[in-house]
Design a protein around this ligand. Structure first.
Ligand code: ATP
Ligand code: MG
Length: 274
């Protein structure tokens, strides 16, 4: 059944799978620190970050350019490793996974959406969406069948056979979303997924993400510069100077956030967004 968070057996056993599909915490980050060195220069975009995310939460990460949003998402996706600190997915620390388990985690436990879609332009939309399923060992026929279903779910049933390079920016991002969900990950990470789109497309792609988040029981983390979209998620985390700035919880639609609380958030990021 679609919508059920699944993980490959290499990463997680049956008991842990239950933990992932149940309620409670899905991701926990403890004392995360990341330092980049180039020559004599040292940059520490993440300087002791701790937070946790409940299953089914959708949160936004905002902060000025260079604040470390992408760095954080890359570490959560196991595309990069922290200098110090730990990321727990369910009961497992990513540090405890071997190379095969990490590959499985990247391919199946997590779906990643980049600002630029990173599709293979000469392959069809369906082939692009099928790619993670083929990597996982699905037979081609089954992978392409499932890919067409995903494309239909993102509103592109009639574009399945078209080369990805021929699609519009908004359509390409929808294909990228279908590809990110192809292996039914529990965790969806999106790095400025609407950053390259015009206002209309940004709105419809964001709405699509919200709909898929709910219908597939995802836990979603979005890095964004778009404060009005961020406000429509369940919670906003503000990254600044390597730290998480404490802010009020913001419910979807700002229902429970006071004007003063949001003014604080806005002031904190006004340099970048204002
Ligand atoms: N591989 C790397 N090597 C050296 N420095 C890096 C590397 N990746 C990121 N950085 C630096 O780390 C800091 C954080 O970068 P990051 O891309 O995470 O910021 P960001 O919040 O995503 O910014 P933006 O909003 O512009 O996307 C920046 O100063 C960046 O130059
Ligand atoms: Mg970034």
């Amino acid at each position: 059944m679609r919508g059920q968070a699944t993980l490959g057996v290499a990463v997680i056993d049956e008991t842990q799978l239950q933990a992932v599909t149940g309620s409670g915490e899905l991701v926990r980050v403890e004392g995360l620190r990341k330092t980049f060195r180039s020559g004599t220069q040292e940059i520490t975009p993440l300087d002791g970050i701790s937070f946790s995310i409940e299953r089914s939460e959708m949160i936004a990460i905002i902060g000025p350019s260079g604040a470390g949003k992408s760095t954080l998402l890359h570490i959560l996706a196991a595309l990069d490793t922290p200098t110090n600190g730990a990321v727990y997915f369910g009961a497992k620390s990513l540090k405890s996974l071997n190379e095969i388990e990490l590959a499985e985690y990247r391919n199946s436990a997590v779906g990643f959406i980049w600002q630029r879609h990173h599709l293979l332009p000469d392959f069809t939309a369906a082939e692009n969406v099928a790619m993670p399923m083929l990597v996982r060992g699905e037979p081609m026929t089954e992978a392409l069948r499932a890919a067409r279903e995903w494309l239909s779910e993102v509103g592109l049933a009639d574009r399945a056979g078209q080369s990805a390079g021929e699609l519009s920016g908004g359509e390409q991002q929808r294909v990228a979303i279908a590809r990110a969900l192809a292996n039914r990950p529990a965790l969806l990470l999106a790095d400025e997924p609407t950053g390259d789109l015009d206002e209309g497309n940004a709105e419809s792609v964001f709405e699509l993400l919200m709909r898929l988040h709910r219908s597939h029981h995802l836990t979603s983390i979005l890095a964004t510069h778009n404060l009005s979209l961020a406000r429509r998620t369940g919670r906003i985390l503000v990254l600044e100077h390597g730290k998480l700035v404490p802010t009020a919880n913001v419910s979807a639609g700002m229902a429970s956030a006071s004007t003063a609380q949001m003014a604080t958030v806005e002031a904190q990021i006004s340099g970048e967004l204002g």
